[in-house]
Design a protein around this ligand. Structure first.
Ligand code: MGD
Ligand code: MGD
Ligand code: MO
Length: 779
């Protein structure tokens, strides 16, 4: 990357960032975020109550907070998430009167987000192509009418994003099931679904087993496919402490990520003034999608050196011999080629693993958004099981979840394939017969809307139109609906890609005071390490017209289900009443109201921590996943979901990642400080030698074309940035690249879109195209 002098904020430019992650720049950037949202005073107060025993849960990420800690843990991106919710900017009826939907559709995501908080319910008016105000009762009446008009409840889709509280999620899934369907796709389908599938099958629980205390006791920490400096900044505090006590931290990531290299903790005066801590003791850069080969190689060395825990294997596991045979048979040439790492590097990593008495393996989206994600996670879990690294201090799997309550939403029953025992209890407690057939996941929901098999789309949060793959097909699918409804805090793309009728229902955010008939209410959330705790907002609501998510569900249910025996309105008068019902239905929540009031909350029991494995065999399973070479794997892909073999048509693998100034589809700003990018999001990071070989130069613009069995998809005008990543690998930000991800390209069995491995080619940019317009895809 060339060193360029600082330019004005909005001119696209690249400027190498040589400082550690965090430090004074993190503070500066936080103040900037607060100033930009005009929340200087209120924001600072708000921040002081983030992740405090009596404050609100940070809407940023799902990383746990130190139990009942009273010292404020600073997090730059937590500040941005809070500032953007606590903003003093408002989107009023006048705003919608001034801008037609077709005009707003030409705005980019950053501009939409920057308008501020939604203030009253709005309905789409086709005659004027505008959103116009509608009363709450009228809005619920319209939704109830559209739902009741459907020939089958299975023609409605009810999406959930992971900010929704336990109380709202529980009521919502109850409403959807009383209505008569399990069509409950959620953001997990695009996120950690493979972790749930892999671990559920292997150890009998789809959740990670470690807690923060384990990070203090680990002998080594392996971090696969995660960028905590941006997406889980508070995780760096744990990694920093581990590094400082000499715990090896091994990072596996095709890109050099500053947060995994060096961190300056702004809470530590010496580090605020320029000192810093090295995070990763070893940084490995596998090729994109090379992690199955990495995990296989490490497991092979453990088995061949006989460094396995024989006692643990014989008492707690099944399938060891078959795995050991497969690992012995795996050839180093294949492992090196597929991983992109040398045998020396892989043996070094294996040695660190063998020397560690207790190891944690963390992973994020770099692992879960590939075709073979489930296999990769199971091989990482095999690696842990080989040395008994589960159910003892300092060891275990740590899938690092994204949205702050995405794990809790699943616990509450937001799932398209519900557990029959859960449905039994739900039906008993609420006196109805829940539907039993599996519902639509995210991909199936898009296909159903596209094909006219689903007609009403309802979203509890999130930004479905922007977060999902294959934007052209997905947008066409949403536009085919009779009605689309979004419960939202901010305007976003999904409001503009709407059905024949459309509603926007504005809700309270987590930072806001929620007053119901029974007084001010708190909700609960579950973090990535299964801690459940209370969250109570302290800001006045952005508008008097806002309803809480639980109230929206209750009023919608009351309007839609006149014969329901559930006392909807009564339940939301006091959320303790909802929690009493949760305690009756959801395992592990007995005495919920009392336990959650203990400062810091409570930990949900994880069976593997007690060496219990509720799998079909009652033991933890070793699973064999052959490494298939490039051609064979493409052929296999062709058989199972139609891949075209990589080759001249698509010589690169593109991974789609988050910048430092976005929260998923919410774009806070156009900079990506640690990667040195400023004023531009349409960026394509590439290896300098690949650029030279193509006759392209850093700073030029390219079009990116993905190649799939049903045709090609192109996005245009991306700025090339030479970056430290392996040859053959490219990286760009999402959601700008979502038009490239084919709808039927997804993880085997978990059906997570393959957003981290898209076969593409590059061409010098010639045409012009507006950034917000996905280019045509075969539909
Ligand atoms: N500030 C902020 N915080 C967030 C979010 C946000 O957008 N902004 N999003 C939230 C959500 S919902 C989630 S799920 C998490 C996401 O958090 P992460 O999992 O950290 O998400 P990503 O930025 O998508 O990318 C992860 C990393 O994977 C690497 N990678 C890409 N492909 C591969 C591969 O094939 N192998 C390996 N080993 N690595 C690879 C990328 O270089 C990148 O460093 O963060 C949550 N927290
Ligand atoms: N190409 C590519 N695609 C991806 C990914 C990727 O790495 N690459 N990552 C995937 C992942 S991991 C995820 S989790 C999904 C995210 O998918 P979603 O969860 O659907 O998307 P978000 O961008 O998090 O949703 C943002 C919107 O949520 C609304 N919102 C914010 N707070 C609240 C609240 O408290 N209540 C309500 N009701 N609404 C609120 C606001 O209106 C905001 O516009 O995207 C996925 N898509
Ligand atoms: Mo996520």
């Amino acid at each position: 990357m060339p060193d360029v002098p600082s330019k004005p904020r909005d001119t696209p430019h690249v400027e190498r960032y040589d400082k550690p992650a965090g430090g004074a720049d993190a503070l500066k950037s936080s103040w900037h975020a607060l100033r930009e949202q005009h929340v200087l005073v209120r924001g600072a107060q708000t921040l002081l109550s983030t992740n405090q025993p009596r404050g609100f849960d940070c809407p940023g990420c799902a990383w746990p907070d130190r139990n009942g800690h009273s010292s404020f843990e600073f997090c730059e991106n937590g500040v941005k998430a809070v500032a953007n919710e606590a903003t003093s900017k408002r989107v009023t009826a006048e705003f919608f009167a001034a801008h037609a939907v077709s005009e707003l559709a030409t705005w980019d995501d950053h501009a939409l987000e920057a308008q501020g908080r939604l203030t009253e319910p709005m309905a789409y008016d086709a005659a004027t192509d505008r959103y116009v105000p509608i009363g709450w009762d009228a809005a619920f009446g319209r939704i109830a009418a559209a739902l009741s008009a459907l020939p089958s409840p299975d023609e409605a889709v009810f999406y959930t994003s992971g900010r929704t509280s336990n109380e709202a999620a529980f009521l919502y899934q109850l409403f959807v099931r009383e209505f008569g369907t399990n069509n409950l796709p959620d953001c997990s389908n695009m996120c950690h679904e493979p972790s749930g599938v892999a671990l559920g099958e292997q150890i009998g629980s789809g959740k990670g087993s470690v807690t923060l205390e384990d990070f203090e006791q680990a002998g080594a920490i392996f971090v696969f496919g995660q960028n905590p400096g941006t997406n889980h900044p508070r995780m760096l505090t744990e990694l920093r402490s581990a590094a400082r006590r000499g715990c090896p931290i091994l990072a596996f990531n095709p890109l050099r990520e500053r947060g995994l290299e060096r961190f300056a903790d702004p809470k530590v005066p010496a580090e605020l003034l320029g000192g810093s801590t090295r995070i990763a003791s070893d940084y490995f850069q596998p090729r994109i999608g090379g992690d199955l080969a990495v995990a296989t190689a490490l497991a092979k060395v453990v088995v061949e050196r006989d460094a396995v825990d024989r006692d643990f294997i014989s008492t707690c596991t099944t399938g060891f011999e078959a795995l050991a045979d497969a690992l012995r048979a795996a050839r180093w040439v294949d492992l090196e080629r597929e991983s992109g790492l040398s045998r020396d590097q892989l043996e070094h990593a294996a040695r660190v693993y063998i020397d560690s008495p207790a190891t944690i393996i963390c992973w994020g989206m770099g692992i879960t958004q590939h075709r073979r994600s489930v296999a990769t996670i199971q091989m990482l879990m095999n690696l842990l099981l080989l040395r008994g690294n589960i159910g003892r201090p300092g060891a275990g799997p740590c899938p690092v979840r994204g949205h702050s309550n995405v794990q809790g939403d699943r616990t509450m029953g937001i799932y398209e394939k519900p557990d029959p025992a859960f449905l039994d209890r739900l039906g008993e407690v609420f006196e109805f017969t829940p539907p039993r057939a599996d519902g639509f996941d995210t991909i199936a929901a898009i296909e159903a809307m596209r094909d006219g098999r689903a007609k009403v789309f309802f979203a509890m949060g999130g930004n479905f139109a922007a977060a999902t793959p294959d934007s052209t097909q997905t947008h066409a699918a949403l536009r085919r609906c009779d009605l689309t409804v979004h419960v939202s805090t901010k305007p976003n793309r999904s409001h503009l890609v709407h059905g024949r009728e459309a509603l926007i229902l504005p809700c309270l955010g987590r930072t806001e005071i929620d007053v119901q008939a029974g007084g001010p209410q708190a909700v609960t959330v579950e973090d990535s390490m299964s801690m459940v705790h209370l969250s109570a907002g302290m800001n006045p609501p952005a508008s008097d017209a806002l309803l809480s998510e639980p109230a929206i569900v209750a009023r919608l249910a009351a309007a839609t289900l006149p014969r329901s025996r559930t006392p909807w309105r009564w339940l939301v008068e006091d959320y303790d009443r909802i929690r009493e019902r949760i305690a009756q239905v959801v395992e592990g929540f007995a005495d919920f109201n009392a336990r959650v009031r203990v400062p810091g909350g409570f930990h949900l029991r994880h069976p593997a921590r007690h060496l219990e494995f509720p799998t079909s065999s009652g033991r933890a399973g070793f699973f064999v996943h052959p490494l298939v070479d490039g051609a064979a794997s493409a052929a296999a892909a062709g058989a199972d979901n139609g891949a075209t073999p990589p080759g001249d048509a698509a010589p690169f693998q593109l991974t789609t990642i988050r910048s430092h100034e976005q929260y998923n589809t919410t774009v806070y700003g156009l900079d990506d400080r640690y990667r040195g990018v400023h004023g531009e999001r349409r960026v394509c990071f590439a290896n300098a030698d690949d650029l030279a070989a193509l006759g392209l130069a850093d700073g030029e613009r390219v079009d990116i074309t993905s190649v799939w069995h049903d045709g090609e998809r192109t996005v245009r005008g991306f700025l090339l940035v030479a970056y430290d990543l392996p040859r053959g690998c490219l990286a760009s930000y999402f959601p700008e690249t979502n038009p490239l991800v084919p709808l039927d390209s997804h993880a085997e069995r978990a059906r997570t879109p393959t957003s981290k491995s898209i076969p593409v080619r590059l061409a010098r940019h010639t045409a012009t195209q507006k950034p917000y317009e996905p280019s045509p895809s075969p539909a």
